[in-house]
Design a protein around this ligand. Structure first.
Ligand code: FNR
Length: 182
């Protein structure tokens, strides 16, 4: 059956560069793979009281179930103040709980950071790596995907230029190799 790769975009912005990059990458997976965007913007801010008196929000249950069904997760994120956006950290926290029941556990992952700037979201990329290591997710190590000056690589239709696509195809191929090991 099909291998299911969830794509989580770290930006909630309608015309997000991260989303545009993710749309391009979604089409680079080989036969036998299906990609699915998993939304994070509607998740209430994590509050541990949801594990007690307040009860579990339906959005949490649906999100955890959606992650549980994935074979792998691709993160495409911008950098906010040299780290990952709060919405992304919130989603990571939500699906890591209750204690001992994290649905991230053991799922292979890959990270693409992007920025209109030159540093290409390096800080966000590595802060995310730190979190995924604790969540016990094997992450593609090489090649690393830092997409800088992203606005210059996308055309009006949201298509990335040929060189970037070629690079990202190699990145996806390595991700597929990692997924096959798990
Ligand atoms: C930014 N931006 C930014 N860029 C960067 O390279 N390093 C950074 O630390 C930050 N910090 C930052 C904080 C906040 C709160 C915002 C809103 C933006 C700029 C950011 O890269 C730019 O807005 C991107 O377009 C965001 O990605 P999306 O929304 O296009 O996917």
């Amino acid at each position: 059956s099909m291998t299911k790769v969830g794509i989580i975009v770290g930006s909630l912005r309608t015309n997000s560069f991260s989303k545009q990059v993710a749309d391009n990458v979604a089409s680079l997976f080989p036969e036998g793979y299906v990609t699915e965007f998993v939304e994070i913007g509607h998740l209430p801010l994590f509050n541990q009281d949801f594990e007690g008196d307040l009860g579990t929000p339906a959005e949490y249950t649906d999100f955890r179930n959606a992650i549980k069904e994935l074979d792998a997760v691709l993160f495409v994120t911008p950098e906010y103040n040299r780290s990952i956006p709060a919405a992304l950290k919130n989603a990571l926290d939500v699906a890591s709980r209750p204690y001992g029941e994290s649905v991230w556990n053991g799922k292979p992952a890959a990270i693409i950071s992007q920025s209109p700037g030159a540093l290409a979201g390096f800080g966000a990329n590595h802060h995310l790596r730190q979190v995924l290591s604790f969540l016990n997710m094997p992450v593609v190590q090489q090649p690393e995907a830092y997409i800088g000056s992203v606005h210059e690589l996308l055309d009006e239709k949201g298509n990335l230029n040929e060189g970037t696509i070629e690079f990202l195809q190699g990145f996806v191929n390595e991700f597929v190799e990692l997924i096959k090991k798990y």
